[in-house]
Design a protein around this ligand. Structure first.
Ligand SMILES: C[S@@+](CC[C@H](N)C(=O)[O-])C[C@H]1O[C@@H](n2cnc3c(N)ncnc32)[C@H](O)[C@@H]1O
Length: 208
């Protein structure tokens, strides 16, 4: 959500058209209400991958988190900085992960991670970034990730193998893979045109 003229004119130049319009914070509030408790934020280091209008980071910060974001859009990183978040710019955070030396208490991502885009040489490539991401998470750290998992036409034949590899990796790391109902999809703002909508959850309120 954008709160003043400065933010509205800054985001008018955003790369993704849906980031240019003033959004609503409601679906992010639903996520926080349903999955999180203040303990997930208070004094914790929390990162949002592709934070858009920074709604999740704002709520996390309000609950006392030290907040970080990464995005390819300078408008988004500028907005985050204006709101007091630590921001990194990366063309594609799945290829250039800027927080390699960090250990987070929590990783959030809604709609900005597509593990199919990292597959160049074979299905195994899909979990290279995930392994990197999990090594930036403390052992008891939480995740809430709703990937935007759309594969290209050329990947159709290997897409099931990629999905199995990703699921096996996630289960090995204690992640629950939730397939939201139609109502939950709207409630949590994950209404994407992709073959399969999932929410990956670890060490959060409902799934502890
Ligand atoms: C669909 S929007 C989601 C925004 C926010 N997470 C939300 O749920 O409202 C995708 C966001 O990720 C950023 N983004 C998308 N792909 C990216 C990539 N490969 N590397 C870095 N940032 C990316 C966009 O600039 C935008 O902020």
């Amino acid at each position: 959500m954008l709160y003043n003229e400065q933010e509205i004119s800054l985001m008018a130049n955003a790369i993704q058209p849906n980031m240019r319009k003033n959004g609503s914070v409601a679906s992010v509030q639903h996520i926080v209400q349903d999955f999180f408790t203040p303990d997930h934020f208070q004094g914790k280091h929390v990162v949002d991958l592709g934070p858009g209008q920074c709604d999740f980071l704002d709520i996390a910060k309000r609950f006392g988190a030290i907040t970080y974001g990464v995005d390819f859009d300078p408008c988004v990183t500028e907005l985050g900085k204006l709101r007091g978040h630590n921001m990194a710019e990366a063309q594609n955070f799945q290829k250039t992960w800027p927080y390699e030396k960090s250990k987070f208490d929590g990783i959030f991502c809604r709609g900005s991670l597509n593990y199919y885009t990292t597959v160049q040489n074979g299905p195994q490539d899909a979990i290279v970034f995930l392994a990197k991401l999990f090594s930036s998470l403390k052992p008891g750290g939480w995740i809430w990730i709703a990937p935007w998992a759309k594969y290209s036409e050329e990947q159709t034949a290997i897409a099931p193998e990629i999905l199995t590899l990703v699921h096996t990796f996630l289960k090995k790391h204690g992640v629950t893979i939730a397939v939201p109902s139609r109502g939950a999809i709207a409630h949590y703002g994950v209404t994407y045109l992709i073959p399969r909508i999932e929410i990956w959850i670890r060490h959060l309120h409902n799934f502890a």
